[in-house]
Design a protein around this ligand. Structure first.
Ligand code: SDX
Length: 432
């Protein structure tokens, strides 16, 4: 909230101008510069938004120095240990964890929306079988907005709730269909006798000819992976969803924009890139060569799964993901998995290297997630789809917070124009 403290700006000896300072529950104080342009004619320049708070939010808090992540005030470690993904979904949306009845009611509500319109299945056949599943996801999720004319007044809380439930419930079905389409196997309809994550695994790995019996250890691992990816304050894809939504675009279109942004290798595509990097390194003996390449300013290679805009300590999700990875590999008898051992060795060497220590580059959520997903049987190109499935919860929660914010306006940043000075058009006949 706004404090009595002020930031005083004095420009070129002119009369000082003051701006209020806002103090959060946790994290950095903020200078409220919304009147800067009007008072001084100046803009701030902050490419990449390294020092810019784009909104007020009550959903997620990250302390990058401590390596802390809170969903609605609860540490991610405690949520991963004590709650399943739908409980966390309920928490993110409603601000409080559900009691037993609320949990049961929410789970049955989600189950009512797991199927997709039969016409939606036709969209898949327009793609090549080898299309990247994130391209398919971007198209199919965007197409959802063509199916729900019954609930498009987002000033109506019921329309917002049904859209939230539809997206949370249908993303697993859509992701699994993208995988089945890629393999040429038949689509699997949801089986609502199964819980959320087991249902997803059956749609991914089951087939119409046999009963699918989910492995509880793998289901629990994937459910935890969903929780770890659910939200992460104002990251690039969430900011994309907020900006798209600030124009009044419907949530299906906004989520499709978030999926498109998440696909990038610097963001959600890093888990796929990280596994490809580990495969390329191949052996512990080559780790030094790649560490040197990551440090070489003339080499664009970056250690995928390392570094973070906010975390300057361990990403708490990476520690939890490493534990999940160990549990899954043990369950599958893959304790000696080559890539897992290589990743742990790479982590050890990098964390002892002065370059990584000085730049505070630690493993992030993507470093181990590819290894554990591969062990579960999820193909590499599907990793970011899994990320998008889980992050849809955070995107929708942040979207709703944005459109119900009394200060909500369309996002419209300005710029530092460095182009040609104003000039007159020379008629064609006179142009040299
Ligand atoms: C996610 O924002 C979020 O919250 C994202 C996310 C979420 O849940 O939504 O947490 C998910 O996107 C995790 C990040 C996944 N991406 C990667 O693992 C890709 C590899 N990481 C880098 O691309 C990078 O670390 C970023 C993109 C993650 C962060 O980049 P920043 O904050 O813009 O930092 P930077 O690129 O300016 O790096 C600072 C310095 C640079 O060196 P100098 O120019 O200061 O000399 O550190 C170096 C960088 O070259 N550096 C790396 C490095 N990451 C940063 N050097 C080698 N290997 C790396 N991985």
């Amino acid at each position: 909230m706004t404090t009595e403290r002020k930031a005083i700006l004095t420009i070129d000896g002119q009369a000082p101008v003051d701006f209020p300072i806002m103090s959060p529950t946790h994290g950095n104080d903020c200078v409220d510069i919304r009147t800067l342009g009007g008072k001084t004619g100046l803009f701030t320049y902050d490419s990449g938004f390294l020092s810019t708070a784009s909104c007020k939010s009550k959903i997620t808090f990250i302390d990058g120095d401590k390596g802390e992540l809170l969903y609605r005030g609860y540490p991610i470690e405690q949520l991963a240990e004590n709650c399943n993904f739908l409980e966390v979904t309920y928490l993110l949306k409603n601000g409080e964890l559900p009691n037993a009845q609320q949990k049961t009611d929410f789970e049955s509500t989600i189950k009512k929306h797991t199927m997709v319109h039969e016409q939606l299945t036709k969209f898949y056949s327009g793609f090549r079988r080898d299309a990247h599943p994130m391209a398919v996801m971007t198209g199919v999720v965007g197409a959802l907005s063509a199916f729900y004319h019954d609930a498009m007044d987002f000033s109506d809380v019921e329309h917002r709730n049904v859209s939230f439930n539809r997206l949370v419930a249908k993303l697993p079905t859509i992701v699994a269909m993208a995988y089945k389409y890629n393999t040429g196997a038949p689509f699997m309809y949801p089986d609502n006798d199964l819980d959320y994550t087991a249902n997803f695994m059956r749609m991914m790995f089951g087939n119409p000819c046999e009963k699918y019996v989910p492995n509880p250890v793998l289901v629990n691992a994937l459910d935890t992976i969903f929780t770890l990816h659910a939200d992460h304050e104002q990251n690039a894809s969430t900011s994309t969803v907020r900006l798209a939504g600030s124009s009044g675009a419907n949530p299906f279109a906004c989520i499709a924009a978030g999926i498109a942004c998440l696909w990038g290798p610097a963001h959600g595509g890093a888990n796929e890139a990280c596994l490809q990097m580990l495969e390329e390194i191949g052996d512990v003996s080559k780790v030094g060569e790649y560490i040197n390449r990551a440090k070489d300013k003339n080499d664009s290679f970056k250690l995928m799964g390392f570094g973070h805009r906010v975390y300057k300590n361990f990403d708490p999700r990476a520690k939890l993901m490493r534990k999940v990875c160990g549990d899954v590999l043990a369950e599958l008898g893959l304790q000696n998995d080559r890539l897992f051992k290589l990743a742990m060795e790479l982590e050890k060497i990098a964390l002892e290297d002065p370059y990584f220590v000085e730049k505070k580059l630690y493993p992030n959520v993507d470093f181990y997630s590819g290894i554990v997903q591969k062990a579960i049987g999820i193909p590499t190109e599907m990793f970011t789809c899994i990320f998008a499935l889980a992050r849809t919860v955070g995107w929708m929660t942040q979207w709703e917070e944005m459109i119900t914010d009394p200060e909500y306006k369309i996002g419209r940043p300005r710029q530092l124009y460095m182009g040609a000075a104003k000039r007159d058009v020379v008629p064609l006949a006179q142009r040299g």
